[in-house]
Design a protein around this ligand. Sequence first.
Ligand code: NAD
Length: 242
Amino acid sequence: MNKSNKSYLVVGGCGFLGRYIVESLLARGEKNVSVFDIRQSFEDSRVKFHIGDIRKKEDLLKACEGVTTVFHTASPTHGMGYDIYYSVNVVGTEKLVEACVESQVKQLIYTSSSSVVFNGEDIDGGDETLPYVQHHIDPYNKTKELGEKSVISRNGKNGLLTCSLRPAGIFGPREVQGWPQYLKAAKEGKNKFMFGSGQNRCDWTYIDNVVHAHILAADKMVDGSKIPGSIYFITNDEPINF
Ligand code: NAD
């Protein structure tokens, strides 16, 4: 990956994925990297931190000043109620899109989720032609769909190019929402639980692949390419037995 002359803002940059995107940009020598988050989880003198709430446009406008490329990775953690998901993932995303348009940001890359097409039924070999589901199994999934639609519908407005990336469950070092619980269960000897016949396969996406997809989207999303207005699933390769 090559250094660019862009200025990056990682919204949710203090989270698991966001911080890796920040580190990846810094590792290739990017000089203009900033973070917008409701909390600060790490220190780095090369990064400008904007502490604010994505639901407040005035906070976002300050952070978007002079920025060319925004990665939107913010979302409430798993297991919360519809209201908080709606306010951050839908209202907050809408405000971020408005702030990007008003601030003449050039690129907005949204982190969506493969769960927007999942209603609990098996999906085998699914691709981006799959429709959104009628009934989501979880309020998080529904609000990720609405956030994605909001981002994609603004592609091309005031020179803003947008795309959406849909990883499956993300795993890797520093992940704290899912895998530590599975490890704890395993250490406690709770390893006899089985879904269905035991032949089920499930998609997970390794953190480096998710980061790579985000950086590629930023590097390649130019007018006239296929990326603006597009949505992509981000997978490892083959699903794994689960
Ligand atoms: P995370 O919880 O580690 O990071 C999210 C960040 O968003 C946190 O730093 C949090 O402080 C910030 N945030 C939350 N509410 C905010 C608000 N109101 N204003 C500003 N910042 C706020 O989550 P993650 O695992 O890094 O996930 C990143 C993105 O990837 C999310 O959009 C999530 O929906 C998506 N995603 C995650 C997974 C996964 O398995 N972790 C899978 C698919 C998609």
